[in-house]
Ligand binder design. Sequence first.
Ligand code: CP
Length: 324
Amino acid sequence: LRHLLTLEGLDAALLTEILDTADGIERSLRGPDKKLATLRGRTIVNLFFEPSTRTRTTFELAAKRLSADVLNLQMAASSTSKGETLFDTLKTLEAMQADMFVVRHEASGAAHFFAEHAAPDVAILNAGDGRHAHPTQGLLDLLTIRRYKSGAGSGGNCFSGLRVAIVGDVLHSRVARSDIHGLRALGTRDIRVVAPPTLVPAGIEQMGVRVCHRIEDGLDGVDVVILLRLQKERMLGAYLPSSGEFHRDFGLTRQRLGAMRRDAIVMHPGPINRGVEVEGEVAYGPQSVILQQVSHGIAVRMAVMSMILGRGGRGRSPVASRPA
Ligand code: CP
């Protein structure tokens, strides 16, 4: 097991080990020297077939801070635009002795395709595939929650007593799925999915969440709210509700913050649609940890890369994943 494709199936011990590793890496980089030698001589290729600001840059920074050589393929300028297949792209770059591929793609399952066809000593990290999974976003969200909420739960597990609301376009959200898998594995029982019926996937209750169609119910007494963007790029044709209707009924405003606990934190994976899922003042207000999420993305990605490639070599990683 040597890829990270999804958080589904990862247990609490492994998730905690990743978060602890990220904490340790961050502590060790507090000084002016921001580099570790862990992945010196390794080559990591970023393949982003979809736009990205946070994920691509923090993966690149993470790899560089671990001293790896990093290639960022510009997909629009690559031979995929001439019709080269994913398989041929993978094999071509493997021939350059790449050790790891970080893959973002609009198709659910794309990262699994890479993992299925990768050479035995090559690792695949899913940087977001369609509406399926965004495992490192899930991990950085868990790290952020742990940083702000440690001590909130019983028995030393801050996750077990948490009340979490995930608000917005859950239907098209790979972040929501990864967050739910991670939170459930770590013991969170009160997870509310808050959205209009048109933006809730059928059967999501089977993931162990409660569905709320009124934001007042969803936010009541929560410790954490995770906001999601309306993902219009995944909506074919007209979408319901409109941005204005969504903001009126589900947007996080200063007034609605009052329904949450006073020490509740506001999270968002980004990018934000200001004035739609969140008011600008709330996104950068005192309860917001949105920029801290971005910072935690570097530590979490360094942790995952070093756990897969840095200990005992390729193919012997404890970071497990099973195909969807
Ligand atoms: N959270 C996230 O995936 O953001 P980007 O699309 O900017 O990478």
